[in-house]
Design a protein around this ligand. Structure first.
Ligand SMILES: NC(=O)c1ccc[n+]([C@@H]2O[C@H](COP(=O)([O-])OP(=O)(O)OC[C@H]3O[C@@H](n4cnc5c(N)ncnc54)[C@H](O)[C@@H]3O)[C@@H](O)[C@H]2O)c1
Length: 259
């Protein structure tokens, strides 16, 4: 295997691994030799993914993990260490969106839930991942932000604020941890046709093709991302050979233009 994409013996923890990007990254890294620790609130789906990977000769464990609960995030790191002895890579991917809503109509419950899952969920994960990575003397963290975390789009203010916070967490941790050999970056995808978008209210109401046409207007490639091409870009970022990149929030966006 090309050493640029050889994840042999790398222990990788992924949250939100039951669907979309998390699942594709898990499958892509498993094929390239990684040992996987998969967390999600959808316990049946991650158990089934881990069983499928094991049946293909890969190493994978699954554990129910609600990232909005610190103890669940701590337990997922403990499972990585108990099962595989260490934690090399963490992908803080679990996240939720909300319906397009005018700013002043966003309900506080939506705002609070965005913060609980998309911000606290990343911070809880990072806290316990970093503690373990410091003990080992190395580590690599990739957080899922969004184009909404480095730019803006109308109607998704709560999601955008939360994803900007993920950028803040990423850069702050990178500044603090570079000297101890722990790198922290963020991926910032544009709208991509994972279940998050393909099953969103706008796609259900208008149909996926019409929703794609509306959502991709500000994108020079005039289409939304396909899940595998965006997950592939994240796998490239995670390459064990990519050792001098930290504190970066990388757009994967088909040339989407934004504020
Ligand atoms: N799809 C897009 O257009 C897009 C664009 C930019 C960023 N993102 C981000 O990428 C990440 C993955 O999204 P996706 O598109 O694959 O979505 P998805 O809905 O397909 O998958 C999200 C996964 O996260 C899990 N999850 C939700 N809440 C959780 C919680 N509290 N604890 C643990 N797991 C939980 C879900 O069960 C699901 O398996 C998210 O952080 C999302 O905000 C997505």
């Amino acid at each position: 295997m090309d050493s640029l994409l050889d994840f042999t013996n790398q222990t990788v923890l992924i949250t939100g691994a039951a669907s979309g990007f998390g699942k594709l990254i898990a499958e892509g890294l498993a094929q390239r030799g990684a040992k996987l620790v998969l967390g999600d609130v959808n316990e049946a789906a991650i158990e089934s993914l881990a069983a499928k990977l094991r049946s293909e000769g890969r190493e994978a464990v699954a554990q129910m993990c609600n990232v909005a609960l610190e103890e669940d995030c701590q337990r997922l790191v403990a499972t990585a260490v108990d099962t595989f002895g260490r934690l090399d890579i963490a992908v803080n991917n679990a996240g939720i969106s909300h319906d397009f809503t005018p700013f002043e109509e966003i309900e506080q419950s939506v705002w609070t839930r965005q913060w609980e899952v998309n911000v606290n969920g990343v911070q809880y994960g990072m806290k316990h991942q970093i503690a373990q990575m410091k003990r080992q003397g190395s580590g690599n963290i990739l957080n899922l932000s969004s184009m909404a975390g480095i730019g803006a789009a109308p109607g998704i203010a709560a999601y955008g604020a939360a994803k900007h916070a993920v950028v803040g967490l990423t850069k702050s941790a990178a500044a603090e941890l570079g000297a101890v050999n722990i790198r922290v970056n963020a991926a910032c995808p544009f709208f991509t046709l994972t279940p998050m978008v393909a099953e969103s209210s706008i796609a259900v109401q208008k149909g996926v093709a019409a929703a794609e046409s509306v959502l991709s207007r500000g994108c020079v490639m005039k289409r939304l991302g396909q899940p595998d091409e965006v997950a592939n870009a994240m796998i490239l970022l995670l390459s064990p050979a990519n050792t001098y990149m930290t504190g970066q929030c990388i757009a994967i966006n088909g040339g989407a233009l934004s504020l």
